[in-house]
Design a protein around this ligand. Structure first.
Ligand code: C5P
Length: 221
C-alpha cells in the first residue's frame, strides 16, 4: 500500500492531539505528535538551552533519537528509547518548547526526522507546520482553530484531569504568549496551508470534528 500523510495543524489547546489519535485509529496508521518532539528537545536540553551556542546545541541535538512504534491510538513516541511522559505536558515546558522552536537548527533537525518517519510509515501528523513546511504534499491537510478562551479552558480541564493544579487565568496568559510567539516567528510560523481545510472547533465536540475530518478523507480516497 502506498504511504500517505494527513496533517493537522493549529494553535495550542485546539484538540489536535485528541483528533490526530482518533483519525489515526480510524485509518489504522500511526500518529505523530510533533509538539511532543519540541517539548522533549526543550526538556532534555534543559531550561535556557535556547540561548546556547550553535555548537553546543548541535551536540545536544546529536544525543536525541526519536522513533515511533505501533499504530492508531496505541502509537508511542520514543525519545532515546523512552516513552515521553506527562512531565513534558505542563504549560511551562510548552513555553520552553516554543522558545527552542524558534531556533533554525532545531527546526531543521526535527523537520528531517519527521520527514524520514513519514517515509517509513503512513502518518497522521499534528503540529504547527505540518501542512506548510514538513509535508507540503500531504494528501489531506486540516487546520483546527477556536477562540483563545475556549482553548485555554479545554487545556485547563485536560491538565486538571491529569492531576495538575495550574490556574485558568495563568494558563490563559501563558497560552496567549505562546501562540503569539508561534504565529509571529520568522521560520515555519503557525498558519494554515493554502490547501488546508479549516475547521472551527469552538462549538464542536471531538466526535463531531472527527466525523468532519473522516468524511472529507473518505470523499476523496
Ligand atoms: O502542540 P504542543 O502544544 O505540544 O507544542 C508545543 C510547542 O512546540 C508549540 O507551542 C510550538 O512552539 C512548538 N511546535 C512547533 N512546531 C510543531 C509543533 C510544535 O513549533 N510542528
Amino acid at each position: 500500500k502506498p504511504l500517505f500523510v494527513v496533517t493537522i495543524d493549529g494553535p495550542a489547546g485546539v484538540g489536535k492531539t485528541t483528533l490526530a489519535r482518533a483519525v489515526a485509529e480510524k485509518l489504522g496508521v500511526a500518529y505523530l505528535d510533533t509538539g511532543a518532539m519540541y517539548r522533549s528537545v526543550a526538556w532534555m536540553l534543559g531550561k535556557g538551552s535556547w540561548e546556547w551556542s550553535e555548537e553546543k546545541l548541535d551536540r545536544g541535538l546529536d544525543k536525541l533519537a526519536f522513533s515511533i512504534q505501533g499504530a492508531g491510538e496505541a502509537t508511542i513516541l520514543l525519545v532515546n528509547g523512552h516513552e515521553t511522559g506527562s512531565k513534558i505536558r505542563t504549560e511551562t515546558v510548552g513555553l520552553w518548547a516554543s522558545h527552542v522552536a524558534k531556533i533554525p537548527q532545531v527546526r531543521r533537525r526535527l523537520t528531517e526526522i519527521q520527514r524520514s518517519l513519514g517515509q517509513s510509515v503512513s502518518l497522521v501528523a499534528e503540529g504547527r507546520d505540518m501542512g506548510t513546511v514538513v509535508f507540503p504534499k500531504a494528501l489531506f491537510k486540516f487546520f483546527l482553530d477556536a477562540s483563545p478562551e475556549v482553548r485555554a479552558r479545554r487545556r485547563w480541564l485536560q491538565l486538571r484531569d491529569a492531576g495538575s493544579t495550574e490556574d485558568l487565568e495563568g494558563l490563559t496568559r501563558q497560552m496567549r504568549i505562546r501562540d503569539e510567539q508561534d504565529r509571529n516567528r520568522a521560520i515555519a510560523p503557525l498558519r494554515p496551508a493554502e490547501d488546508a481545510v479549516c475547521i472551527d472547533t469552538g462549538m464542536l465536540d471531538p466526535a463531531q470534528v472527527l466525523e468532519q475530518i473522516i468524511r472529507r478523507i473518505a470523499s476523496q480516497m
